[in-house]
Design a protein around this ligand. Sequence first.
Ligand code: AMP
Length: 355
Amino acid sequence: MSKAPLPPGSTIGILGGGQLGRMLSLAAARLGLKCHIYEDAEAPPAAQVSDAFTRGAYDDRARLAAFAKTVDVVTYEFENVDLAAVDILEPLVPVRPGRRALEVSQDRIAEKDFLTHIGLRTAPYAPVDNFCTLSESIDEIGTPAILKTRRFGYDGKGQARITDADKAGEAWETMDANPSVLEGFVNFDREISVIATRGLDGSVVCFDPGENEHADGILRTTRVPAAIPPALAQDAVLLAGRILNALDYVGVLGVELFVAPDGLVVNEIAPRVHNSGHWTQDACLIDQFEMHIRAICGWPLGDGSRHSDAEMTNLLGEEANQAISLTGAAVHLYGKGEARPGRKMGHVNRITPRS
Ligand code: AMP
């Protein structure tokens, strides 16, 4: 497959049309590139700022083949992309990042197997397919533990904490009989993430680790720099590079980590631009969205160094309406219709001089 950089004027196909696709499209437009969004829902936020939009199912061979004809490279903005879509597209057009990153990150067991195989630490884990295996896994891992669906979990959905083995039945019922994984509870001091990029030539650039706070399983804020010693920040960045290389990855990857008293534990990886990387839009010369576009187009990666300290706060539901009165911060709104409680409608970046 050609490694020649795509020239300005080329078209990027994006599977998924949410806020991440929207911000990718905006970054691409600044570089003189066009975007064509493919998504199964009507009027996605990314379509408002893109050159073209196709509404189609992710297993619609004819529609995907027609989409492939109009684009020079395909990427995706969510990790639950149907692998059928990638199988249809890959013979027709480069898909970056590729299939392997999706396979690994779509299944929590495959993800943890991969991470431990390359020498990284995860929470102790065991597959759970029914109530019997859950009891066995609790004997092995102990409590407290967290039961999670293997697939399609996001923002803390599809998870149940088990503090008492006698209550395991209630936790299993919330899984709706879906294949699951039991994870040992990590007693972490803080949660951090690294947004890492690998170019088509194998070069790697990482943004400084950010420190994340969640509420009800949803990311609320990311602060940069994270309050961790420099050596640990270095470990986090090196670890992210190891993941990128092992996947022969092209593009931006989010790596979520627990800072435990005895070192870093990988929680999960996301093969896409990441909510905890939104601070880069206003605190770095080149943000995560441009970095991803540069990588998938075969361009040299940009300078990801940070010129400011930053705090990113997600705007959930109605909070987005109040944010319009903010003047000392950068407000990013996603153009979504209904402001349902807990729905990510935008975010605010506050920057201060670099400490
Ligand atoms: P996840 O969807 O796996 O990223 O989990 C959402 C949040 O739940 C994480 O950001 C943590 O705050 C918490 N969490 C998930 N897994 C664990 C674990 N094994 N130990 C402790 N906390 C966890």
